[in-house]
Design a protein around this ligand. Sequence first.
Ligand code: C2E
Ligand code: CA
Ligand code: CA
Length: 692
Amino acid sequence: MTRTAVRTQVSITTPDAKTPDVRMDAFETFVRHAPFAAALVDNAFRLTAVSPDWERHGLSPDLEIGDDFRRALHNAEDLESLERCVAFGESFSRYRSISLNGAEPRIWRTEFAATAMETGRTLAVIVTARDVSGYAETALKAERDQQRLKMALELDDLMVREYDLRTGEIYCSGTSPELEKWCLFKTDPLEIVHPDDREKMAELVRNRKDGEAQVFEFRLNRDDGVETWVRSVGKKFLGADGKPERLVNLFKDITDRRRHTEAVENLAFRDSLTGLPNRAYFNRKFQEAVDASEMMGELFGLIMIDVDHFKDINDTLGHDAGDALLKRLAEMLHAAFRSGDTVARLGGDEFAVILRGLHSEADMMRPVNALQDLLRRPIEHGGRSFSVSASIGAALHGDPDADPHHMIKNADIALYRAKDEGRNRSVVFDPSMRSALEQRVELLRDVRAAIAANEFVLYYQPIVDIASHSVSGFEALMRWDHPEQGVLTPDRFLAAFEDQDLSLKLGDMAFETALKQMREWLDQGVEFGRVAVNISAAQFRSGRLAQEVQERLARWNVPCERLTIEVTENVYMGWGSEMVSDTVRQLHRAGVMIALDDFGTGYASLANLRQFPIDRLKIDKSFVQNAEDAAIVKAVITLGSSMGMKVVAEGVEDQGQLDALADYGCDQIQGYHFSRPMPAGMVPGFLEGFGR
Ligand code: C2E
Ligand code: CA
Ligand code: CA
């Protein structure tokens, strides 16, 4: 750099100079005013002029103008260079470490530039010196960085490929023979990438932004089929003009690491009971399916599976049986789905399957139906055989405009629908289902708030004894005293009775309110007979219902004989029937009356129900109100009485129905004919008016 600067300045002066003396004058003037360290030496080696910097740095401290410059050179090489410069007009430059005035040595670049005449004879030599310590350090550092980088590459089995985008030159250095193939290609060589990773790689190349590093892990496409994983970082560097200049890729063989992480992931991503992938793995696979569908429009399906009444199986047959069932189900899932499908256990009795590369809904439902078939076979455990069923919700992602992330929610909605329709079935999601579920979620939220705000109350409907024409008691029926919509009947909040948590809260509330009311009536001398409270399946689950009821009765000091509990036959027949039967038996022993509600609507026959202590049989209002069912009503009354049960007819709305029932020998009547359910405050008045 120094040389060019000097030459340029010299050549400006040269053409105008006519004689050597004039030229010499010009050189002297130039050197004296040079803004850097310079000295002028004539062809007899005499020092002719120095620049202020030269003097300031003390580059030739012992020399005066006119002295032999060679005395300033302590190095034979420099001496020879200067002589050659004068003799042959050759220019030299070299780096020297020079310590001036006893200071730290610094690196100087000195230069001898011959100023030649037309004849070729050297007239003088311009000597320049520049402190290049800073620059030299950088150069040295760059060289060291290079060395370090090289060592790092060697140590880490890395391969570098540097592609000059302007000249097309490729520089490669590396160790892996597999990776070296990369250097044979001018463009990003998709050929050597595993087919499954090509799309992703192509995508990456498409989106590559200049100056931004991209990291990508992919498999190599190897003829021998050995799986080789490579991690690459690529970056396009810009030139001084801001345009892409070089593409640099670093590659590393990460097969070992990949294998290791896979082994660790196996631990982290597997469910230990069934050996199936767990929720975390499912989430990853789901994301992959979403990516594939977004990139290539791939059709994929999602299936959610929920074992029907699993909790009851666990509670009644024990956890061993529950575990056995889950394992068996995992096997069935394996048998029903393709090996490429992701079958995962999300938790508890919840399973999910991701099916990729589908062509139609039928593709998705084929394995689902196969699974339902397998489920029909009984499961053997501990010498017992039990049957199990599952509810299945399925969703298909085909609509390119829809957000595939909604798939999980959609499949859940379909699953909910399958359960709602009576379980043991599969339902494919349809957009119209969403609003139903959203309404339900909203309702449950409102009910929760209403419980906290004490908006639930009990209404009482009398049950009349036909023979004595007296009120034998009341059924407590729940009402929601809604601040805006008025008094709502249970059909407006039935979903709350099906929700495990809410039905327990509502059940608690019903017991508490009814007992408090009975206590009040007892204190006031209101002769109400008995109060019947409805119980939902969930309330039996804890196994403590009998104790709880007895504790409550004791707390309110209400005799057991004042209470009836109404249980539907489906509760008796469902899972956990042993627990229900125990609870009912205990309560019956304590004196609580047991009524079988909605009789005739379920699947139970009286023979099935023999084992349970049932005092009252309530014939469902659908039979009572349908004249064509008279024969059934008659038969039920006859059977009931023969088994020592009193029979109550529900939904009696007119005198005709009442007369017919009396004729058949029915014991008690409940219905609008006598009274609609009424608030507690109206009960004393009703009792007074009745029978008078
Ligand atoms: P349910 O136990 O069968 O109650 C009898 C239903 O028949 C009541 O409906 C009652 O108002 C209605 N009913 C009575 N007489 C007549 C009549 O002559 N004609 C007609 N059309 N209907 C009549 P409600 O009060 O709407 O209750 C509906 C269902 O909600 C109940 O059926 C019961 O299954 C459930 N439920 C009500 N309160 C509770 C409760 O506290 N806990 C639980 N678990 N369920 C309850
Ligand atoms: Ca009832
Ligand atoms: Ca009923």
